[in-house]
Design a protein around this ligand. Structure first.
Ligand SMILES: CC(C)(COP(=O)(O)OP(=O)(O)OC[C@H]1O[C@@H](n2cnc3c(N)ncnc32)[C@H](O)[C@@H]1OP(=O)(O)O)[C@@H](O)C(=O)NCCC(=O)NCCS
Length: 221
């Protein structure tokens, strides 16, 4: 018989966040800082996305990320497992629509990382033609707003080191690398320090942005 050590109980904030409806999360969103009124931001659970929107979500991901994954020594280009991760039942999406055309999205989940209740941003993808118009900034801001409102303490994400533009973008957005601060908290735990050593040798970085205060609303154009 296998005896599993008991998992720590989930915090009530995390339980509530996981139950939150897409409509309630959408009601939190600030106004999109885009000039054309046909643009809109919508929140969906994976199960609420249309087949067409799932197709576009995959196409934007493939177009933006395929080369980076292929060149990575850690991540494989494995469409099947990536689609399973993207459209897992726990996945939530904020999508940006231009009319009915999906042009950008973030996929996130409410989760527990070490001792933190977090919004984990698995993907932030803006279609090439829509980049550098403030959409990435908007999506990060709204993830922080959702995190703050749901009593999650931070937004976390993983970025490939080779993805210099995205890394610089996240640092400019106020994300911080997992630092000695976190390492020293776990100093007695050998496995943890091994993990952070590994992290430094890998071709990716884990970043976080504290969300203890609500982000300001972005100015409308
Ligand atoms: C990284 C990424 C998410 C950033 O999103 P974005 O919408 O292009 O970012 P923003 O427009 O908010 O900000 C990016 C730049 O535009 C500038 N900008 C912001 N608002 C602007 C506006 N209204 N008009 C012109 N430029 C603007 C910003 O100053 C910023 O400057 P930079 O080019 O020096 O970084 C996006 O480029 C992307 O999807 N890249 C490919 C996929 C990827 O790497 N995702 C991350 C995986 S971890």
């Amino acid at each position: 018989m296998v005896v599993l050590s008991p998992s720590p109980p989930l915090s009530s904030a995390l339980v509530l966040a996981c139950q939150e409806t897409s409509d309630n999360l959408q009601a939190l969103l600030g106004t999109l800082p885009l000039e054309k009124p046909r643009h809109s931001a919508r929140v969906f659970r994976s199960s609420e996305l249309s087949r067409y929107h799932k197709k576009i979500i995959w196409e934007i991901f493939e177009s933006n990320m395929r080369d980076l994954y292929t060149q990575s020594s850690v991540f494989d280009w494995d469409p099947l497992s990536k689609k399973e991760e993207l459209f897992n039942e726990d996945s939530r999406f904020i999508v940006i629509l231009d009319g009915s055309t999906l042009i950008a999205y973030t996929m996130f989940r409410f989760d527990r990382e070490e001792s933190w209740d977090v919004v984990y941003c698995y993907e932030l993808q803006v279609a090439e033609a829509a980049q550098s118009r403030g959409i990435g900034n908007y999506l990060v801001t709204e993830l922080c707003r959702i995190a703050h409102s749901s009593k999650m303490s931070r937004v976390m994400l993983t970025v490939l080191t080779a993805n210099e533009r995205a890394t610089n973008f996240y640092l400019a957005q106020g994300f911080l690398p997992e630092t000695s601060e976190e390492e020293s908290e776990n100093a007695d735990d050998e496995d943890e320090s091994d993990e952070s050593d590994d992290n430094m040798c890998m071709d990716y970085q884990i970043l976080h942005k504290p969300c203890l205060t609500p982000p300001p609303l972005l100015p409308t154009p």
